[in-house]
Design a protein around this ligand. Structure first.
Ligand code: NAD
Ligand code: ZN
Length: 240
């Protein structure tokens, strides 16, 4: 039987997505690659310490991610969420942990990237200059530009151990939500893994979609096991 989630005219929907939603677009989750890259633990590449110690390695990693991201295309799961947003308007909000831009390329507008964006760079010294669009695939550290303050630019990515972006807006949107939909995230990266608990505190329905149960599965009122690209297009029912 095909599972469906009913959405009524009074519902406000908060969606959290993770690496799993982009898996069917050919972008591997960290778990799928054993958490390793070129022999390094991902946690040793995506940290403030790695940036201080070896910025060339960090830029090499994110340049590869940029090249891979540019080739990927949105899949039916991204399009299903963009379609839901068109139906719900401002009663819809999307928070992604992903740094790829597949949500915006499929038409999503009301979204935040809590872990940053691959297609942007910002000052490595956090001098206050805003991030700038930058899709360059750097071949060497020497090619990387400088901020107006003189510091080397860094990827606009929240490294492990740094505070996620837009948390105030995210909390406000979770407070208003009557339905939280979480897609393709293992429930192991905080604070995102706590969002479902925050939503439950005020009685929201909470739905997880992914091929396996997340670590925080018991916090969901409903778990739909399946691939995002196969489940999401037929999941939502109701007048909206
Ligand atoms: P994660 O913790 O979000 O785990 C990936 C989850 O995706 C797993 O639970 C897995 O069961 C699920 N999954 C796999 N295929 C799926 C599918 N077809 N449909 C739905 N779910 C599916 O991610 P991680 O890989 O451990 O990464 C940790 C952090 O790195 C997160 O912030 C993540 O978003 C980020 N990351 C982002 C990208 C990207 O931007 N595309 C890629 C890798 C990692
Ligand atoms: Zn600067």
């Amino acid at each position: 039987m095909t599972e469906t989630i009913s959405i009524s005219a009074n519902d406000r929907v908060f969606v959290l997505t993770g690496a799993g939603i982009s898996a069917e677009s050919g972008l591997p989750t960290f778990r799928a690659s054993d958490g390793l890259w070129a022999g390094h633990a991902i946690e040793d590449v995506c940290t403030p310490e790695a940036w201080q110690r070896n910025p060339a390695l960090v830029w090499e990693f994110y340049s590869q991610r940029r090249a891979q991201g540019a080739e990927a295309q949105p899949n039916p799961a991204h399009y299903a969420l963009a379609d839901l947003e068109r139906r719900l308007g401002e009663r819809f909000f999307l928070c992604t942990q992903n740094v790829d831009d597949l949500h915006e390329r499929s038409g999503s507008v009301r979204l935040v990237h809590m872990h940053g964006e691959l297609a942007k760079s910002r000052c490595g010294d956090e001098c206050g200059e805003p991030p700038v669009e930058d899709r360059t695939v750097y071949k060497s550290l020497g090619e990387v530009g400088r901020c107006s303050c003189g510091a080397r630019m860094r990827p606009h990515i929240v490294f492990f151990g740094e505070i996620p972006l837009e948390m105030g807006r995210i909390e406000a949107e979770i407070d208003k939500a009557t339905l939280m939909l979480v897609v393709g995230t293992s429930g192991s990266v905080y604070p995102a893994a706590s969002f479902v608990h925050w939503a439950r505190q005020h009685g929201a329905r909470t739905v997880y979609v992914g091929p396996e149960k997340p670590l925080n599965a018991s916090a969901f009122t409903h778990v739909v096991e399946g691939k995002a690209g196969e489940v999401l297009p037929g999941l939502f029912q109701g007048t909206c």
